[in-house]
Design a protein around this ligand. Structure first.
Ligand code: SF4
Length: 411
């Protein structure tokens, strides 16, 4: 197995400051975030001005990078607000700004001449000429369209003058990156302004024009029909082949996801990249990491357009069973440690009960399994059978676990 000296950056999403800290603890090289305006997750938590500054400081003090997304499509009427916003963030030391609109690109260059700019997947860049066009304007990286194959990406990396980034994991659109109007048509919420209502995941019926109230079900499975619904992208099993393309950054989708999701996905891909670096990404290791990744809530996976062979073509056309798969439930985060009970104090994020089989994730360590036999209320110190959401509990017998540990319950 070949060793790879130049392992690409692992770039992961964070919807708020807390998630950014988890992402860093679990091994992200870079984290991308959104401020209050002009990014593609305006429905998410996002970072206010003070949090943006804290994010930069925290990431840099941990020697990681932080990128700010400014990748929405901008209307003429928004240009004034955009200018104010760029002026507002101009003194923050982001490692790059993520942009898709040439107007935003121009404005950023005017106001922050030294800014590094990454071109968002929203720009649908799909050949090296386009990459070099962006490079000639001063961009330092392009995140390619998600609809390209491994061969194309390899050629683009070879022929490009600037860095290439590709998505390796997370939700996909059924439309070409950055060109979806489905949400705007059906709910009035424009996906290209960060307001996507995920219309493609809705349930659809067959309707005959003369019988407006007769909704004929068309079943793909017992829950209904989801003709536009895409599987989730997962390139873990073939990550070594993605590394071989020469891409400098591998990106995970999911700025609306919890710290639990982001931490596990980050940990799994961190392990995989470290193993690839050492030439030890064996079938056995791959299968272990795929099982760990499967503990996140996700749709059926696909390798997308990366490998257009018989197996992967089938994945693209067969969108059966694309509802969420859930084998574990997020149960809590570690809050502190009780010396008296020699056990961690956990903030319950969902119900936990005696007898539950827990999965304990800790930064930099393999997850461990623990069967819950004693729960103590951390305030009253009484024994409990069941702890509900927001309860502060002591899990007896677990011993010391690290900061940023996350607890899941096996379903
Ligand atoms: S509606 Fe679906 S395909 Fe369109 S942008 Fe939203 S998630 Fe993507």
């Amino acid at each position: 197995m070949i060793e790879h000296k130049n392992i690409p950056e692992l770039c992961v999403p964070a919807g708020n400051l807390n998630i950014l800290k988890y992402a860093i603890a679990y091994g992200a090289d870079a984290v991308y975030i959104g401020g209050g305006r002009f990014n593609l997750r305006t429905m998410g938590d996002n970072f206010n001005d003070d949090e943006l500054s804290q994010a930069v400081e925290y990431a840099h003090s941990n020697r990681r990078k932080v990128y700010l997304a400014l990748n929405a499509v901008i209307d003429e009427s928004e240009l004034g607000e955009l200018e104010k916003y760029i002026n507002n963030i101009k003194n923050l030391d982001f490692d790059a700004l993520i942009i898709s609109d040439p107007g935003v690109f121009q404005k950023v260059k005017e106001i922050i001449p030294g800014a590094r700019i990454h071109i968002s997947t929203q720009a649908s860049t799909s050949n090296h000429q386009s990459v070099n066009f962006w490079g000639s304007l001063g961009a330092s990286r392009v995140n390619l369209a998600r609809e390209l194959s491994q061969g194309d990406i390899k050629d683009i990396c070879r022929l490009s003058n600037i860095e290439i980034e590709v998505f390796i994991h997370g939700a996909l659109c059924i439309s070409y990156s950055g060109r979806c109007m489905l949400s705007k048509y059906m709910s009035g919420r424009d996906a290209n302004k960060g307001l996507c209502s995920h219309t493609c995941r809705w349930k659809y019926y067959l309707l005959e024009e003369k019988r407006p109230n007769a909704y004929f079900p068309v079943y793909q499975d017992k829950r209904g029909t989801y003709i536009y619904n895409s599987r989730d992208l997962c390139l873990l099993a073939e990550l070594d082949k993605v590394v071989e393309t020469g891409a400098r950054s591998l990106k995970v989708e999911g700025r609306m996801k919890t710290e639990n999701y982001v931490s596990r996905v980050t940990w799994v891909y961190r392990q995989a990249l470290d193993l690839i670096k050492e030439g030890k990404f064996t079938e056995q290791k791959k299968s272990y990491l795929l099982k760990e990744l499967d503990k996140t809530t996700h749709r059926t996976y696909t390798a997308g357009f990366m490998f257009l062979d018989g197996k992967h073509n089938l994945e693209l056309t067969d969108n059966g069973n694309v509802g969420y798969l859930r084998k574990y439930r997020f149960a809590g985060n570690v809050e502190s440690f009780s010396e008296k009970y020699d056990a961690p104090v956990i903030k319950a994020r969902n119900q936990i009960k005696k007898g539950d089989v827990l999965d304990i994730m800790q930064p930099g360590k393999n997850p461990i399994k623990f069967t819950l036999s004693e729960i103590i209320d951390s305030n009253s110190e009484k024994q409990m059978e069941v702890a509900n959401t927001n309860a502060s509990i002591i899990i007896k017998g677990l011993g010391k676990i690290d900061s940023y540990s996350l607890i899941n319950v096996k379903l």
